[in-house]
Design a protein around this ligand. Structure first.
Ligand code: HEM
Length: 149
């Protein structure tokens, strides 16, 4: 892939754009939590989380999966540090994806039943924590691959 990153000449443009996109999604997530906790606007909260989960799906399909498939050493040396970081990032990412889509879809099919959503509050908290871990592992992957510390 051609290297012409936005703020790092060693990174491909897709990696830099994806990094910015992930940070934007996380800001959306934090905004969605603020709307639920501070303003108690739960439908808006659900919709924002739906957008965040959709964006997450798009970036996984367009950038993460192709990048994972092209990652050298993943199968030949799966216990190396870089491979373990990338595999952990992928596993946490899959969990976030499953939880996020489940939370949004179960609400979308029966929007009037907000009580059912409230009962899933622990799952929401878990999803946010995992989402934060996924973002950190993604940042670490970027640093490891393109900043070569
Ligand atoms: C990716 C999906 C979602 C995530 C990550 C998420 C995350 C969160 C978080 C972190 C909170 C604050 C919990 C706390 O008080 O500590 C919350 C509250 C809440 N969420 Fe979600 N949420 C998601 C989807 C939804 C959906 C689809 C609905 C349905 C409308 C919903 C309804 C609520 C409600 C009603 C509360 C307030 C519960 C209460 O304080 O009694 N959430 N959510």
């Amino acid at each position: 892939m051609r290297k012409m990153g936005l703020f790092n000449p060693n990174a491909p443009l897709t990696a830099d754009l994806n990094l910015l996109f992930q940070i934007f999604i996380f800001i959306l997530l934090v905004g969605g939590i603020a709307i639920a906790k501070l303003r108690r606007k739960f439908s808006q909260h659900g919709a924002m989380m739906g957008v965040a989960a959709t964006f997450n799906t798009v970036s996984i399909l367009i950038v993460m999966i192709p990048s994972l498939l092209g990652f050298r050493g993943l199968l030949s040396n799966p216990l190396s540090n870089p491979a373990l970081v990338v595999i952990s990032h992928a596993i946490v990412g899959i969990l976030v994806e499953i939880l996020g889509i489940w939370l949004v879809v179960t609400w979308a099919v029966n929007r009037r039943n907000l009580k059912a959503c409230v009962r899933r509050k622990s799952a929401m908290r878990t999803t946010v924590v995992l989402w934060g871990i996924e973002l950190l592992l993604g940042l670490y992957t970027y640093i490891m691959l393109y900043l070569a510390i």
